[in-house]
Design a protein around this ligand. Structure first.
Ligand SMILES: Cc1cc2nc3c(=O)[nH]c(=O)nc-3n(C[C@H](O)[C@H](O)[C@H](O)COP(=O)(O)OP(=O)(O)OC[C@H]3O[C@@H](n4cnc5c(N)ncnc54)[C@H](O)[C@@H]3O)c2cc1C
Length: 659
């Protein structure tokens, strides 16, 4: 029987767990806080908010990021918004409803207690950000505006045009800067964490590479927090920033931190389709567009064929010949079904031959109806920068009038297709956000905590900021309370020397392979394998083939990689090689987890387990658990450990977005 693990969820009814936790937790003596050091790796929304809050509470914080400024973390990419249960629209929202939607959206695979806490603190986040001056969109009368995101029938998403992540990060950055100025945070930009240092079974520091000088440096602290983002770039093509990587998380995994639910990868339905084999990045068109854009493909296969051949344009197809397939299949939620549902539906139409571009892998996102109803100016106010971005990339402006049929005006539609976007899986953490290594915490996208098998739109920013501003600053104190008796450990300890030596040897190994293939060429091939065998539709046979192919490619990486230059000074190729080494480990983990989970849920779709209508078919009897993976060595398969899920407030049922 598989081992199980305890998530340390407090006793008591769900609505009281968090308040009881806060009330009973042992606070570190305020005087001792001044002596305690915390390393926070990452300056995205999770990392920057945590670093600022911990410093504000009196801890000394060392904050690391790979970019030249915290303001350039991947979080700035977030376009659409952040959820909170404020109920400003008076449309029946509540903490319970946000909690319920999130658990249901995650296909009943999230830890219930964590999600309730998330919904509870969601409102504080908005207050905090407004106080910082984040310029959320407002109604004409001055109150904060909202829009809707997938998987919800209320309007609870707060936004700042299509740049919500950037504006939120500027808010967190000002809070961080105040603490830098106060001497409580020391920032290390252009530093990459290469490994975690474990002393007496506890995380006591990190080895980081100064990316400019190439030098390895040792840092010690009383606790280490990683906030290093997700592993979507394992698939090579994704909507993630090019620098996103999972090296810190994977090194922690190699040192004993469990990796949870790695197969839960989110494929976002509205991305600009792949348009060639020279591409290294995919672009997201925010889900917020589905508030006003309608998704369709032609009803008639001959129209689809003409679109694919380039002999017809979308705006030449009249209303009655369009299949708004999401509205048809899911009348209650229509275009605002959750991402996993929308992505699979697009794939289903394209697999049946109804794709609308030359590769047959695209569907339309059309604003004609909204423009006719509300006017182009209203669309520009809501999505101006997204329309511009789309035009810049494709040379098509979605608001251009293109045709009129029977008195109905048709505007040029966007073309979209699903792409890898977000990773729900990640480092396993307990209720206190502590990993299975004492003293090591994980927050934001790099942990697995709150989204189950599918994240709802605008919930990542909510989770990252909840973790950073409101949860970790409390929970970490439970651990640090004991640490106040301990002095900061010396970086001269043998554990630091050994860890640094191992990192250095790894850099030498990669440089000395001296093969013929660039990092990118191997990474691209890994991405193809993952998309093909571990992507939107998975089968047991395909997953086994995928694992085999990954192993073969890893051999190629180990024997035929070419990294130019030396380890002294800036060497971007060397840094990418380290990331790729870890994408291999992560890729195999995704496949192992997907293979072990003989059911479909959320973003994990096993073709063998689907209903007659092509919906995901869960198996709650056998798979109602968090799948945690323990590292067993480079040449061994990881071991599965289960955290059984326990729901007390929500009845587990089949997801239904039809009525
Ligand atoms: C295009 C796009 C649009 C999105 N839109 C939305 C949205 O509208 N709403 C929403 O809720 N979510 C959205 N998301 C998801 C959301 O942006 C991310 O999940 C979230 O920003 C992740 O924040 P984070 O702080 O966990 O990590 P990140 O922002 O990825 O930050 C990671 C940090 O870790 C640092 N780092 C990484 N590795 C190391 C290392 N080894 N050593 C040192 N530092 C390291 C980086 O420098 C960076 O500072 C979107 C995502 C994308 C890609």
């Amino acid at each position: 029987m598989a081992k199980t693990i305890d998530s340390r969820i407090p006793e008591g009814p769900i609505s009281e767990k968090w308040s009881n936790y806060k009330a009973h937790q042992r606070l570190v003596n305020p005087k001792n806080k001044l002596k305690l050091d915390v390393i926070v790796v990452g300056t995205g929304l999770a990392g920057a908010s945590a670093a600022a809050s911990l410093a504000e509470m009196g801890f000394n914080v060392y904050n690391f990021c790979i970019q030249d400024s915290p303001r350039r973390a991947h979080s700035i990419a977030a376009q659409g918004g952040i959820n909170a249960a404020k109920n400003y629209q008076n449309d029946g929202d509540s903490v319970y409803r946000l909690f319920y939607d999130t658990v249901k959206g995650g296909d009943y695979r999230a830890r219930e207690a964590n999600v309730y806490r998330l919904a509870e603190v969601s409102n504080n986040i908005i207050d905090q950000c407004v106080a910082q001056g984040v310029p959320f969109a407002r109604e004409y009368g001055g109150t904060l505006a909202n829009r809707s995101f997938g998987g919800a029938q209320v309007s609870r998403t707060f936004y700042a045009k299509g740049q919500t992540g950037q504006q939120l990060l500027l808010g967190a950055y000002s809070a961080l800067s105040a603490q830098v100025q106060a001497g409580k945070v020391k920032l290390y930009t252009r530093y990459e964490m290469e490994d975690v240092v474990i002393v007496d079974g506890k995380a006591r520091g990190i080895i980081a590479k100064n990316l400019v000088t190439g030098k390895l440096e040792r840092f010690s602290a009383n606790a280490v927090v990683i906030a290093t983002g997700g592993y979507g770039n394992a698939y090579f093509l994704s909507t993630n920033a090019m620098g996103c990587n999972c090296t810190a998380a994977v090194q922690c995994y190699r040192k004993g931190a469990y990796m949870a639910n790695p197969s839960y990868v989110q494929i976002h339905p509205t991305c600009i389709p792949v348009h060639g084999d020279k591409q290294s990045k995919l672009t997201l068109m925010s889900e917020s567009l589905r508030n006003d854009g309608r998704i369709w493909v032609p009803k008639k296969i001959e129209d689809a064929k003409a679109l694919q051949a380039g002999t017809k344009e979308g705006w030449e197809i009249p209303e009655e010949d369009r299949d708004y397939y999401l509205e048809r299949r899911y009348p209650a939620f229509g275009n605002l079904v959750p991402r996993d549902v929308a992505s699979r539906a697009a794939k289903e139409r394209c697999d049946k031959g109804f794709g609308v571009n030359n590769t047959g892998l695209a569907v339309f996102l059309d604003f004609s109806e909204s423009i006719n109803r509300l006017g182009l100016d209203a669309m520009k106010q809501r999505y101006g920068n997204l329309f511009d971005m789309y035009e810049e990339i494709t040379d098509v402006y979605p608001g251009d009038l293109a045709n009129e049929i029977n008195g109905v005006k048709y505007y040029k539609p966007m073309m979209i297709y699903p792409a890898i976007h977000y990773t729900m899986g990640g480092v396993w953490v307990d209720y206190e956000l502590q990993t299975s290594i004492p003293g090591l915490f994980a927050i934001g996208e790099c942990n697995f905590s709150d989204h189950g098998a599918n994240r709802l739109g605008a919930s990542a920013l909510m989770q990252g900021l909840a973790d950073g501003y409101f949860v970790l600053p409390y929970t970490i104190q439970n651990y640090l309370a004991d640490q106040s008796l301990w002095p900061r450990v010396s970086t001269d300890l043998p554990e630091f020397a050994e860890t640094e030596k191992a990192v250095d040897a790894e850099l030498d190994r990669l440089l000395n392979i001296k093969g013929k293939r660039s990092v990118d060429s191997i990474h691209k091939e890994l991405g193809h394998i993952m998309w093909e065998y571990v992507g939107m539709g998975r089968t047991a046979e395909g997953l086994k083939t995928g694992i085999q192919k990954m192993k073969e490619l890893q051999k190629e990486f180990d024997t035929n990689l070419f990294v130019p230059g030396t380890k002294d000074g800036l060497n971007v190729e060397l840094d990418k090689a380290i990331h790729l080494r870890d994408f291999f480990t992560m890729g195999e983990l995704v496949a192992h987890d997907a293979l072990s989970r003989n059911e479909s849920c959320g973003g994990h779709f096993r073709e063998e387990y689907q209903t007659e209508e092509g919906e995901a078919k869960r198996d709650d009897e056998n798979f109602f658990y968090v799948g945690c993976w323990e590292y067993k060595g480079a040449d061994k398969d990881p071991e599965l450990i289960k955290e059984p899920l326990e729901y007390e407030a929500i009845k587990v049922q089949t997801r239904n977005y039809k009525n």
